[in-house]
Design a protein around this ligand. Structure first.
Ligand code: ADP
Ligand code: ADP
Ligand code: ZN
Ligand code: ZN
Length: 793
């Protein structure tokens, strides 16, 4: 398979890895040809990412830093090079990892794809301007620049404001009785009341009886008069007169919301605010001058709101268009075609990236790369099929082939069997997770894996026996949802059976998330609703598996109960890394310090003092059954189970609650995670399984409806089996489960399927068919049917 004229003649067309020992890799030697589509497989935690990202990509990155930025040596030294003997034949690498964007980020589909830049250029150079208007710079068409942003809303498109009804929820009260609910409590509130009194306002009449002009002044004035206040004497306290400054409720709320360092004060302030479209730009986010410019009859804000598939049509230029307009629109349309091909034509340029799934974001980045014209690089991708309907997975493969045809190597970590089958080269890592994995079981063309007995992948890849027919459960009742009119759904109703397993299917953008988003609390016949989503369990390295599940509280008690801790007077707080006392103060218990480097994204390096242990040396001297608290946090769920089982067997009953948590984590296939693994290092799928595990460890009373969005993301088919056993167990115990799912093996095993579509965006938004899997598989209008039918022959 090596490319005949590979870019570097000194090499034989192979990336040769020798002695890879990152994480659980056991001195791996492997050769992967360049210029091919190579797929890395294996059960979760087997070490595929440690090999593809942690070793191959990390080494390429390290070399790049060294070549472009000699000053980065210090950083490389701190961050550490990947643990590998040698890698030869390695081209420069580009990684497209799955990560969600920060929730506060102002970026959008347009900025991620850089399509917005081109559109602004088009408006600047070839837009239609009002007579006499000066041409604007392309910056003037961006809401994220001072030149472009609407001066009233600063480019946000919405403004926060208070209203009298929000600030004074009960106008029957007087000011003294607390009419102004938005005021701060305690002394501050009393102070403001006394100032109003001193200013001559009647604080004892019911609010609604005050003059409107006074009410407006009290709530909304920008003035801040200073008056001498003679406080009313409390019986037991004498206060002296003082100078008090008035601040209106509106001003107080907006200031608190914008500036307060206290999360709870900000949250309280937010209750008195409503968000409305900006009165100046009407939500278009730009200055009036910029909104006066049009192209093909529309403003840039109007174009940014169109689905990308329609935007391409809107940009077709009339015959008399200038050369500049033609060149720019041709380029834009070609780039839009790539995005649409990856199944994302339903998105619009102004869609904020925090509302996109990790998979959608990765595919946008992929589409952007495809047009970059780079060649001779290795692209390293993380499960690009995540969130894709099988119909869209076929176009994904076409796109990956095109990257390869342009002269690149494409290395993909994947679980999807169709992607594996399409590979030129397969690297299977295993056989199991963590310390039971870390070996390469097969590296070669796909067919060769058939003869590898240890491989969990082989069992699924070459198994063509029909799915075992499962007894379809009889529903106990029905949950009716709708009619829903939201996003692309128009007056849609759907029914979900109680006491059964339901799969919601459809191409991406068909409306699955929108529909299940309507399943909310207070539903008839549902005792409790549990939504297990893929949102991160925490956004800082301070939260981790152990803290999230509550297991760490018990562990800290065990440490505080040791003789050594009692002698030194250490309580449970001493063993927390979130408060001063026991933690390392250099890194404040994070174990990492952030390293800032000019021009490069900031990176984390292990703390120079504790080396990542998070605690100070005194705390680490206390051990429980031979291990320090840092060593316990470093155990995997699996080894921790052995450790605490021993403790319980030796008579420490206090260790039993830890075992219960650990057991549920093992049940959802997370045995390979370390207890202290920071939330920031967990994938969306792992976060989701941790939430499911915490849910499973609770005592459940009454009927619970579990709602999961693509729970199989990031899971090898072998892990999917484990997860399904848990979910079906819940149904057998009388609960209901609804999953949004693309994995046809899961759909085939469901009791009921709700198929949305037929297409994405405006081409979807209907229930195409609902019924047992066999019925759905036979529906001629369903895009899901042919893929489901393959498993039900
Ligand atoms: P896969 O990609 O096959 O799911 P990984 O390569 O992510 O597996 O993980 C392999 C092993 O390495 C697991 O036991 C995991 O817990 C461990 N591991 C992953 N990331 C880290 C890390 N940053 N530090 C230490 N161990 C890690
Ligand atoms: P699915 O879950 O099937 O991929 P979604 O329910 O996410 O589909 O999306 C259905 C339609 O609603 C798409 O056209 C999508 O662009 C639109 N949509 C989804 N979320 C939002 C949002 N937060 N703002 C605007 N449009 C949205
Ligand atoms: Zn505005
Ligand atoms: Zn430290």
């Amino acid at each position: 398979m090596p490319h005949p004229d590979s870019p570097d003649p000194r090499h034989d067309g192979l990336v040769r890895v020798r002695g890879a020992r990152e994480h659980n890799l056991r001195g791996v030697d492997v050769d992967v040809p360049r210029d091919v589509l190579a797929v890395f497989t294996g059960v979760s935690g087997s070490g595929k990412s440690s090999l593809a990202f942690g070793t191959i990509y990390a080494e390429a990155q390290r070399r790049y830093f060294e070549s472009v930025a000699p000053y980065a040596r210090r950083l490389i030294h701190q961050v550490g090079a990947p643990k590998v003997g040698e890698i030869s034949g390695l081209p420069p690498a580009v990684s497209l990892q799955q990560s969600r964007s920060a929730p506060t980020s102002r970026s959008s589909v347009g900025t991620v794809t850089t399509l917005s830049n081109s559109l602004r250029m088009l408006f600047s150079r070839a837009g239609r301007y009002p007579a006499g208007a000066e041409r604007l710079d392309s910056d003037a068409f961006s809401p994220n620049t001072a030149a472009g942003a609407c001066p009233r809303c600063h480019g946000i498109g919405r403004v926060h404001r208070t209203t009298e009804a929000l600030l004074v929820p009960d106008p029957g009260l007087s000011i003294r009785e607390g009419a102004i609910a938005a005021w701060p409590g305690a002394w501050q509130g009393k102070n403001l009341r006394d100032i109003l009194d001193a200013l001559g306002h009647d604080v004892d009449r019911p609010w609604r009886e005050l003059e409107q002009a006074d009410r407006d002044w009290i709530l909304f004035t920008d003035e801040q008069p200073v008056v001498t206040v003679h406080p009313v004497r409390d019986a037991d306290r004498i206060q002296r007169p003082y100078q008090g400054t008035y601040m209106s409720a509106d001003r107080y709320v907006l200031k608190t919301f914008a500036d307060s360092k206290s999360q709870s004060l900000r949250a309280k302030a937010e209750k008195f605010l409503e968000s409305t479209p900006c009165p100046v730009c009407g939500g278009a986010r730009l200055r009036a001058e910029s909104l006066a410019v049009t192209f093909a009859g529309r403003t840039i804000a109007e174009l940014a709101r169109l689905p990308l598939s329609e935007l391409a049509d809107a940009l077709s230029t009339p015959g008399d268009a200038s050369e500049t307009a033609r060149v720019l629109t041709d380029d834009l349309r070609a780039r839009l075609a790539t995005v649409t091909e990856l199944g994302l034509g339903y998105l619009a340029l102004d869609r904020p990236t925090p509302t996109l799934s990790a998979g959608e974001l990765q595919r946008l980045r992929l589409a952007t790369q495809l047009r970059s014209g780079l060649f001779g690089v290795v692209y390293v991708l993380d499960e690009p099929s995540a969130g894709l309907h099988p119909a869209d997975t076929e176009s994904l493969l076409t796109v990956l082939d095109r990257l390869k045809a342009a002269g690149n190597s494409v290395f993909v970590v994947e679980h999807h069997l169709d992607v594996m089958r399409h590979a030129d080269w397969l690297v299977d890592v295993g056989p199991l997770a963590g310390e039971h994995g870390g070996r390469v079981l097969h590296s070669g063309p796909v067919a060769g894996l058939r003869d590898v007995p240890d491989s969990a992948t082989a069992r699924f890849l070459f198994d063509d026996s029909p799915a075992v027919e499962r007894h379809v459960r009889e529903p106990r009742g029905w949950l009716k949802v709708g009619p829903v009119t939201r996003h692309n759904l128009r007056d849609v109703t759907a029914e979900f059976p109680f006491g059964a397993f339901t799969a919601v299917t459809g191409v991406s953008g068909s409306g699955k998330s929108t529909l299940i988003g309507e399943i909310t609390e207070e539903l008839d016949g549902v005792g409790r609703l549990v939504v297990v989503d893929q949102k991160p369990i925490g956004r800082t390295p301070r939260s981790n598996l152990a803290t999230y599940t509550g297991l760490f509280d018990v562990v800290r008690k065990l440490f505080a109960g040791t003789d050594a801790a009692k002698e030194r007077g250490y309580g449970v707080g001493r063993f927390s890394f979130n408060v001063p006392g026991g933690r390392c103060e250099t890194c404040q218990g994070e174990g990492f310090v952030s390293v800032e480097l000019l021009f490069l994204p900031s990176t984390y390096a292990p703390c120079p003092d504790c080396g990542g242990a998070r605690y100070n040396p005194e705390t680490l001297q206390v051990t429980y059954r031979g291990r320090s608290i840092a060593e316990v946090l470093d155990l995997t769920v699996e080894s921790a189970t052995a450790f605490f089982t021993d403790a319980a067997a030796a008579g420490d009953d206090a260790a039993r609650p830890v075992l219960r948590s650990l057991r549920t984590l093992l049940d959802v296939g997370l045995g390979y995670l370390r207890l202290g693994q920071p939330a920031t290092e967990l994938s969306g799928g792992e976060a989701q399984r941790i939430k499911l595990a915490s849910e499973l460890q609770r005592v459940r009373r009454g009927h619970t409806l579990y709602l999961l969005d693509e729970p199989t993301t990031g899971l090898h088919p072998a892990d999917v089996e484990v997860l399904l056993r848990q979910l079906h167990g819940l149904v057998d115990a009388g609960h209901s489960v609804v999953v949004v799912e693309h994995d046809m093996a899961v759909v085939a095993g469901a009791d009921w399927v709700v198929d949305l579509g037929p297409g994405g965006g405006d081409a979807g938004g209907r229930v195409v068919v609902a019924g047992p899997p066999r019925l759905v598989a036979a529906d001629p209008d369903s895009r899901t049917a042919p893929y489901l039918a393959r498993l039900l022959h």
